[in-house]
Design a protein around this ligand. Structure first.
Ligand code: PLP
Length: 436
């Protein structure tokens, strides 16, 4: 590659979740992407080991999606989404609900996972108020949860760095214990033990009164904190407790949605249907910012039927909710998943991927591995301050030809569904070499 563009100045862009000053001294810019690869500004070829941020499972540079967005922008670039819409938003909602679990037949569009979470919080509040249960003001989340960065999501979050600086706008949040099984650092699939961790929810119901709790938010697999897979029976137990107390169960499927576990959603993989599910990331294969919230019929009907026919039922929405270009990208993406059988491909590749990942168990610097579907977390022995080794290794991996998303000293691998076994081999080889 010789057409390498480099900006005149790096100073003006304040980068998200980045050590800005350090990055600008030693920048890592991606200038091209195609298939499972990225190219850096020095011309190096990099395997995309985390599908970007879990959002590009069908591979980079999909012309079908680019063409659909281009065509849409030429025909109708923008439609005000309040009291009007365009055909694509209905078509995409139909395609999404064709694969969501039964009864989840309504979709509200947002522009990100964070907005999906805050939208879900508001839907929960509107639902209980419409039923005359406005006293349900308490929310349950979980330690080590990541529910995005907007103020509602930060209030729910269980990651200290994401919330210690910011005042929680929702004081009424209590956290379940996380599902990291301490004495079993190497865990493939669902842990056999730990179902009783779900009983924290029952304890909260006893302590605060079940009728004061509005909803329980969980990531079915906690992704950003290192692929914490739910113990067998855990999600089922949460479902039972929610049902017993009229609490809504919300699955944050922003990472697990659209095939990451080899099924359309984690709800399918674990056989537990939530009342509300949040989605984003793979919805458009990362090509347009878009999120969505899926709700059961009874949630939609309760909220909409509480108002007169001519009244706005839910006072919420974004200027770019269901943007025509994002809908076009979403429709093209969903067609690719279906036509290429990519969720099945993810399921087929999972065993091989996990076999290879667990080979790294023998390395001195590795202290834990977990995995399910096409996602794995690998914990590294900290060196110095927490996260220092993870940050250094992430950089080294980049220059060694592998992109991996890190949270502290944990790397989270999530290959693309179109990856080959050879791509998985290269990924694990680069990890091994960089760690030894
Ligand atoms: C489970 C979960 N929820 C919400 C979000 C926030 O999504 P976004 O970064 O699109 O706002 C993320 C992002 O990683 C996530 O993993």
């Amino acid at each position: 590659m010789d057409d390498l563009s480099f900006p005149n100045s790096l100073e003006e862009h304040w980068m998200p979740f980045t050590a800005n000053r350090e990055f600008k001294k030693d920048p890592r810019l991606v200038v091209k992407s195609s298939g499972v690869h990225l190219w850096d500004h020095r011309g190096g070829k990099i395997l995309d080991g985390s599908s970007g941020l879990f959002c590009v499972p069908a591979g980079h540079g999909r012309t079908e999606i680019a063409d659909a967005v281009h065509a849409q922008l030429l025909v109708n670039d923008y439609t005000a989404p309040f009291q009007s819409s365009h055909p694509g938003s209905f078509e995409l909602a139909r395609k999404i609900t064709a694969i969501t679990p039964e009864d989840i037949n309504h979709v509200f569009f947002t522009n990100s996972g964070s907005e999906s979470i805050d939208t879900a919080l508001k839907i929960v509040m509107a639902y209980h108020r419409a039923r005359g249960e406005g006293q349900r003001t308490r929310f349950v989340s979980r330690d080590r949860a990541y529910h995005g960065v907007n103020m509602g999501g930060v209030s729910l979050a269980g990651m200290v760095k994401n919330r210690e600086t910011f005042t929680s706008v929702m004081p009424n949040v209590v956290c379940l214990r996380h599902t990291m099984i301490g004495d079993e650092p190497y865990l493939r699939g669902q842990p056999e033990k730990g179902v009783e961790l779900a009983d924290d929810l029952e304890r909260f119901a006893q302590t605060y009164g079940g009728s004061t709790i509005a909803a329980c938010f969980v990531e079915p697999i906690a992704g950003s904190t290192g692929c914490l897979v739910p113990p067998k029976g855990y999600l089922e137990r949460l479902r039972e407790i929610c049902d017993a107390h009229g609490i809504l169960l919300v699955f944050d499927e922003v990472i697990t949605g659209f095939g990451r576990l080899g099924t359309p959603f984690a709800a399918d993989a674990f056989g537990v249907v939530p009342d509300i599910m949040t989605m984003a990331k793979a919805l458009t294969n990362g090509c347009q910012p878009m999120g969505a919230v899926g709700v059961k019929d009874m949630v939609y009907e309760t909220v909409t039927e509480a108002s007169p026919q001519s009244a706005i039922e839910f006072f919420h929405g974004y200027t770019y909710s269901g943007h025509p270009a994002a809908c076009a990208a979403g429709i093209a993406t969903q067609d690719i998943y279906k036509n290429e059988g990519l969720f099945d491909k993810a399921a087929e590749l999972s065993e091989y991927f996990l076999d290879k990942m667990f080979e790294l168990e023998s390395l001195d610097k590795v202290v834990g591995i977990r995995g399910y579907g096409l996602m794995a977390g690998i914990d590294l022995k900290p060196e110095g301050a927490p996260g220092a080794f993870g940050t250094a290794l992430q950089k080294e991996l980049f220059w060694n030809g592998l992109h991996v998303k890190f949270t502290g000293d944990t790397g989270i691998l999530a290959p693309q569904f179109i990856a080959t076994r050879e791509n998985i081999d290269s990924m694990v080889d680069i990890l091994r070499e960089s760690l030894t």
